[in-house]
Design a protein around this ligand. Structure first.
Ligand code: SF4
Ligand code: SF4
Length: 324
């Protein structure tokens, strides 16, 4: 079997490199199995886009460079899925994206959506989407067995995380099979050629998908845009990530996976969050609640929650906030 390559897109703090390593560890268990995993970081900052790579082969891997195209491209954050996603996908490859939207929303057989934030929150208590996609790969990649992913988790994660992450893997594996079957067949690498770009989109869409699809019309082809004064459509804002670097200069709503919410009944007005927020995104408010968050500039780091001694701040996922 030829080399299988997985390209992970995520943001600092989402565990993309951990997933890449665990995948490599799982794929290299057993005689005659080899794997390589390495990251490529952008700005060393929580929330910043980064990549990780896993190569799996039946022979020693000599090429230690980053791949340009992969058999599986995983997006731990939906906002990183740009209009040019096909460029990184090998023929017959599959994209996996963390999204609460149904797979049908993306309108392409090669893209499978999983609500990894919801799955991980159900088992781990918070949105840590990385191991969800290990489970999904167990369902979609013939080279990977869930029993080996379980073993890698036991070998490389802290013991207190074993059972919950193994449960995440198993749940995600089951959901990925269902998501793939919603398009008519389970997409394994062996039959992935049948899922090429030229194939028409199958008409097998569940009633749940139909209603969700009506709520989320197909996204326009040109999702990525740069911030130009007066030109940014707020409707596009949460989908965009291509903003110039800056500190309290450019709005960064596209960065966040989670946002802080204030419980006004518990807030004492101690202003610790105001002092500690690294981006000055908390301001003194002229209202019954002494502080407020400027969500245009909050990057979702959670520092404010950590310093609040009165439990008046909590982080919620962006998808949860958008549903509210
Ligand atoms: S999460 Fe809190 S500390 Fe971090 S940028 Fe937002 S408001 Fe500031
Ligand atoms: S740290 Fe907590 S209690 Fe203090 S002002 Fe901020 S939200 Fe209110």
């Amino acid at each position: 079997m030829s080399m299988v390559e997985v390209l992970w897109h995520g943001r600092g703090g989402q565990g993309a490199f951990t997933a890449a390593r665990l995948l490599g560890a799982a794929a290299s268990l057993g005689e005659g199995k080899y794997a390589l995993a390495f990251p490529s970081f952008g700005p060393e900052r929580r929330g910043a886009p980064m990549c990780a790579f896993t190569k799996m082969d039946d022979a020693p891997i000599g090429d230690r460079s980053a791949m340009q195209q992969a058999d599986f491209v995983v997006y731990l954050d939906e906002t990183l899925l740009g209009a040019d996603w096909e460029r990184e996908l090998k023929p017959g490859g599959i994209v996996l994206v963390n999204s609460a939207k149904p797979t049908a929303y993306f309108g392409d057989q090669r893209i499978i959506a999983l609500d990894a934030d919801a799955i991980s929150t159900a088992y781990l208590g918070r949105a840590i989407p990385n191991t969800v996609f290990l489970g999904a790969l167990c369902a979609l990649c013939d080279r990977l067995e869930s029993i080996d992913v379980h073993a890698a988790i036991r070998q490389y994660m802290a013991p207190k995380l074993h059972d919950k992450n193994i449960a995440v893997v198993d749940a995600a594996c089951a959901q990925a099979r269902v998501a793939a079957q919603a398009f008519g067949e389970v997409a394994t690498l062996d039959n992935a050629e049948a899922l090429g770009a030229d194939e028409p989109t199958p008409e097998v869409v569940s009633s749940q998908d139909e209603s969700a699809s009506a709520m989320h019309p197909p996204r326009p082809h040109s999702i990525i845009c740069t911030l130009q004064a007066g030109e940014l459509d707020p409707q596009q804002f949460a989908h965009t990530t291509c903003f110039s670097a800056g500190h309290l200069v450019t709005k960064n709503a596209g960065w966040r996976n989670e946002r802080p919410v204030i419980n006004g009944a518990l807030c004492t007005g101690c202003y610790q969050c105001y002092f500690y927020c690294p981006d000055g995104a908390i301001y003194k408010a002229a209202s019954s609640v002494p502080v407020a968050v400027d969500l245009d500039f909050c990057k979702g780091c959670g520092v404010c929650v950590s310093v609040c001694k009165f439990n008046a701040l909590a982080m919620i996922s962006e998808s949860e906030a958008n549903r509210a």
